[in-house]
Design a protein around this ligand. Structure first.
Ligand SMILES: *Cc1c(COP(=O)(O)O)cnc(C)c1O
Length: 432
């Protein structure tokens, strides 16, 4: 007699998450449905834009291989610059794995464009922590912009996140570069959307038509369906271990904008006269192409995880920025954790729910470039990649955890639930 095939169901090795947290997650997800639909709409537009740029620039199999040595005539590198330029609405771009970080790319842009005696004005308050030393706000005699004779000033955003047009007018009149940070970074200021950037650019160029508007685009790429250059900015800069690398690019950064400005930055990255013509790509080209190709979808996953996090934490009575339905300018959700214990439990929980190094416990440490201790959960394929699920937090008032990433929605969502379970078990969470 023929045996009847009885497929044994694969044993479900679930996560041990409290029923009440799971229920809350379901509710949060329901509440996010409109926001998720909008995220999918944006991802489609961006995906089409990226595919169009690949086709228009005739990306070929030859582009996937790299060069060694000087890297003369690297067709993959030169074509990737064109693809990035198209996607971001730029004349030219400089996409290199030799940018060691976003800060390095930003530094290259600042030193590439500014000269002794010039003035730099930040129009979005104090820039991201790591730039303070670059500008010369902390330390001296170390080769900062200030050491090289570049003056610095800043204009705060108004409390509602709108530009202070009067102050901008006063301070940019004699400035060479106006600097805008798109993402909130480690601050709780309202998210800057592209419309917000357009308003700031209009104010700055109204007062000084020759001013170069530089945008720190970190965490902002593909969150909306356009980019800052299409709203009047002259130069955008970002990191490849964030949005545009999609967790696939292993390192690197990019600068995009007008041909002239990009050339000045390339002269700073390599040498005057050589610029973009040199720089071998080793085995990085394919990863950078693939990263860009996946980026719209991966950014959408990260935005959904961020939206979900904001909603479930709000249901648990933690204040979050931005709220579920607020228009997003970046992939970050800031959660006010109220105290250091909650913050530490949450970050350590996120690490437990990460694919890599789930078994290690992150501790607060003195990270280079930051002036308070920072705890960082980052169980990522690429070290420190924050397009992957990650939670970082400077250990200072108001104990905000900055959550970002999630290469896929299901894994990012579960990472957050593991973190909530950790908080619950450490008596940092009340369930009712
Ligand atoms: C990540 C980031 C940077 C650059 O940081 P790196 O860690 O050097 O890549 C700069 N500005 C903002 C707003 C960022 O989020």
């Amino acid at each position: 007699m023929a045996e009847i095939f009885d497929p044994k169901p694969v044993e479900e090795k679930g996560f041990e998450i409290d029923e009440r947290i799971l229920k809350l997650a379901e509710k949060a997800e329901e509440n996010c449905s409109a926001a998720f639909a909008e995220t999918d709409r944006i991802a489609r537009l961006n995906g089409e834009k990226v595919l169009r740029a690949f086709i228009n620039n005739k990306v070929s199999a030859a582009c996937m291989t790299g060069t060694t040595g000087y890297g003369y005539g690297d067709v993959g590198r030169d074509t990737l610059d064109k693809v990035y330029a198209d996607v971001f609405g730029a004349e030219d771009a400089l996409v290199r794995h030799t940018f060691v970080s976003g800060t390095h790319a930003l530094t290259c842009a600042l030193f590439g464009v500014l000269r002794a005696g010039d003035k730099l004005v930040s129009l979005t308050g104090t820039p991201y922590d790591t730039l303070e030393e670059v500008i010369g706000l902390r330390g001296s005699g170390n080769g900062s912009l200030k050491d090289f004779g570049v003056e610095y000033d800043q204009v705060e955003l108004l409390p509602d996140g709108k530009p202070d047009v009067g102050e901008i007018f006063k301070k940019v009149k004699d400035a060479k570069v106006a600097y805008i940070q798109r993402s909130r970074g480690y601050s709780l200021r309202p998210t800057l959307t592209l419309n917000g950037i357009a308003e700031i650019v209009k104010a700055a160029k109204g007062a000084n038509p020759d001013i170069v508007v530089m945008v720190d685009n970190c965490y902002g790429e593909f969150v909306e369906s356009k980019e800052p250059l299409q709203f009047g900015a002259d130069l955008i800069i970002g990191s490849l271990i964030k949005n545009p690398g999609a967790g696939i690019a292993e390192t690197g950064g990019y600068i995009a904008g007008s041909k002239k400005l990009v050339e000045q930055c390339a002269y700073r990255l390599t040498c005057v006269g050589m610029g973009k013509e040199v720089g071998c790509t080793l085995n990085q080209n394919k990863l950078m192409y693939q990263g860009l190709f996946f980026a719209p979808e991966v950014v959408a996953s990260a935005v959904k995880v961020a939206t979900f996090t904001s909603e479930i934490m709000t249901l648990l009575k933690f204040e979050c920025f931005p709220k579920r339905d607020e228009k997003r300018g970046d992939i970050i959700t800031a959660v006010l954790m109220k105290n250091a214990d909650n913050l530490t439990a949450f970050c350590q929980g996120v690490q437990k729910g990460s694919p890599i190094d789930s078994f290690v416990t992150p501790e607060p440490w003195d990270m280079p470039g930051y002036d308070s201790q920072v705890i960082m959960a980052a169980g990522a394929f690429n070290m420190g990649a924050s397009i992957e699920l990650s939670a970082d937090a400077p250990l200072r008032e108001p104990f905000a955890a900055f959550v970002q990433g999630g290469l896929t929605y299901p894994t990012g969502r579960m990472g957050i639930l593991v973190a909530l379970q950790e908080m619950f078990e450490r008596h940092c969470l009340r369930l009712f």
